[in-house]
Design a protein around this ligand. Structure first.
Ligand code: XMP
Length: 517
């Protein structure tokens, strides 16, 4: 945490699937927060001067050997603490309570009866009113630690929430961060505002001011380059850097020949409208030549990534004296690499610009490192990005090459491009585009038999992939109305020469991924 965030909440992560949700809810309440691994040292915590500490849930049992824990010192810092689920059990254990080991997990809705509304449950109805909350835990508290009292109960957990009688230490067995807990926002707000004394000052306007200041300080009079794709993250990054250091920034937009229909033109027009200093490089031939007869997905990704770096370096040399690289890294990427779970295994070689800083020895400027995707969109809106650009679906760096299974040729690019344009058009006219995370066409490496008029055909198959997701870490296929699917299929088969069959991908991530390669 930096001194730019005087009012901050520290979330210590014990590996719960919902830790990120805790952070989102706190930020929605306009309080800045950060997630760190549970093992953060007491000295670091002290130096961060958080206004409050949240101990997240987690999959372990406090009785496990090697169960993740915090130092008891954490309770001597005079900083309020809220333990959620595992976090609450840990507080109990450290403070001398008894935790009953359970052979089964209570998972799902439960009814909470509140018996104390002095702080955490301020303003909420007490018994006999029952509030619906979401539980997900194995162990439960059998005996409260000394100095603690129960402030709410449920049928299966007599101590569903507790607090210390004099110190600001609280625990809840349920998950206030999930939407199924109706009183979740109230509980978190009470903790933030009543217990920790925060004020709701974190918003995108103040973020823009402090980020601009931070970039100015970091870049000084140095030259910055930024690889622009026209996606939300890179464009917002460029806009912030542009706001901070103006013409010291040069953006490079590389057309790798693997873009969607009219994409280069549309994106360039937008960037011009935003007043960014952009160098356009048409390198389609170079990429297509290198991809000739390459079928292996990882090879495709590596070739595209390497060539991108080469071109980017060439451009940087032309500009001369470049010191910084601006990159649109978001908070979920940062958490992924520092969290409890550690860096996740590489499933695909993502983020094709990842190798740039090492190769080019440039210092990174990453103004979005603290933000979630929805926050980035808000910043974009504040900085004048048109709605159409803000709500564009993500598009991978290797582009259509990883949506053409097998060899990437001009002809196969034509097919996937035309099919893709139809999918996007129909999604937009039906109003479904904004409701989904991504929608696109994939060209399969097989042909199937069909009949057109009186003729037998033997043509290509296109798969349609449309998914709902919050952050691309998990995704589910969109339950699109059958009429829209029918329209997409009819139009592709009628309008795209060489296609006689359309399939809809009904796999979730995991175990599938969003892209096919
Ligand atoms: P997967 O296929 O792993 O994709 O479920 C998750 C999200 O990441 C996008 N994606 C990429 N983005 N460079 C990118 O910038 C890449 O190499 C890349 N590969 C996948 C994908 O479109 C989805 O939104």
């Amino acid at each position: 945490m930096t001194d730019l965030h005087e009012q901050n909440i520290l979330i210590l992560d014990f590996g719960s699937q919902t830790t990120q949700l805790i952070a989102r809810r706190i930020r929605e309440a306009k309080v800045y927060c950060e997630i760190h691994p549970f093992s953060l040292s007491i000295d670091r915590i002290r130096a961060m001067k958080p206004r409050g500490i949240v101990l997240s849930g987690g999959p372990s049992s406090v009785h496990d050997t090697d169960a993740p824990a915090v130092s008891p010192e954490i309770f001597n810092l005079s900083i309020p603490v809220l333990g959620i689920c595992y976090g609450m059990q840990l507080i109990s254990l450290i403070k001398g309570g008894k935790i009953e080991r359970s052979d089964y997990r209570e998972y799902g809705p439960a009814e909470l009866s509140i018996h104390d509304t002095s702080d955490l449950f301020h303003g909420l109805a007490t018994e006999p009113v029952r509030h619906q909350v979401w539980m997900s835990h194995g162990d439960r508290i059998q005996e409260l630690p000394r100095g603690f009292i129960s402030i709410a109960g449920s049928d299966s957990s007599p101590v569903a929430a507790m607090k210390h009688e004099t110190l600001k230490i609280f625990g809840v067995q349920f998950h206030p961060e999930v939407v199924h807990t109706e009183i979740g926002v109230d509980v978190l707000s009470n903790f933030l505002f009543r217990v920790c004394g925060c004020s709701p000052t974190w918003d995108m306007h103040s973020f823009i001011e402090s980020a601009t200041e931070g970039i100015r300080r970091q870049a000084g009079t140095g030259r910055v380059i930024c690889a622009l794709s026209g996606g939300v993250d890179s464009t917002v990054t460029a806009l912030l850097v542009n706001r901070a250091v103006g013409r010291q920034l040069t953006c490079v937009f590389v057309n790798n020949g693997l873009l969607r229909r009219n994409e280069a033109e549309v994106v360039l027009a937008f960037l011009e409208q935003l007043n960014l200093n952009v160098r356009y490089v048409d390198a389609a031939d170079r990429f297509l030549a290198l991809l000739s007869r390459v079928e292996d997905p990882e090879k495709k990704r590596k070739i595209i990534g390497r060539e991108f770096i080469r071109i980017f370096e060439e451009e940087a040399n032309k500009i001369g004296d470049v010191n910084f690289l601006a990159q649109g890294t978001l908070y979920p990427d940062v958490i992924e690499s520092v969290s409890f779970k550690g860096p996740s295994a590489t499933i695909k070689s993502h983020h094709n610009v990842g190798g740039l800083p090492e190769v080019m020895k440039l210092e990174l400027i990453e103004p979005l490192r603290e933000l979630f995707k929805d926050e980035v969109r808000k910043v974009g809106r504040e900085l004048g990005m048109p709605d159409e650009l803000i709500h564009r679906h993500p598009f991978p760096g290797p582009g259509l090459a990883i949506r053409i299974l097998g060899d990437v040729t001009e002809e196969r690019l034509r097919i996937v491009r035309e099919a893709d344009a139809i999918v996007l058009e129909e999604m937009k006219t039906s109003g479904w585009y904004r409701k989904t995370w991504q929608s696109f066409a994939v060209l399969l490496p097989i042909r199937t038999v069909g009949v057109m008029g009186d003729e037998r055909t033997y043509d290509h198959v296109v798969a349609i992939r449309i998914v709902d997701s919050l952050d691309a870490m998990t995704a589910d296929w969109t339950r699109l109305p059958a009429e829209i699917l029918a329209r997409i299929s009819n139009r592709i088969i009628n309008e795209v020469r060489g296609v006689n069959r359309v399939c809809y991908d009904i796999s979730s991530k995991p175990p599938a991924t969003i892209e096919w390669e």
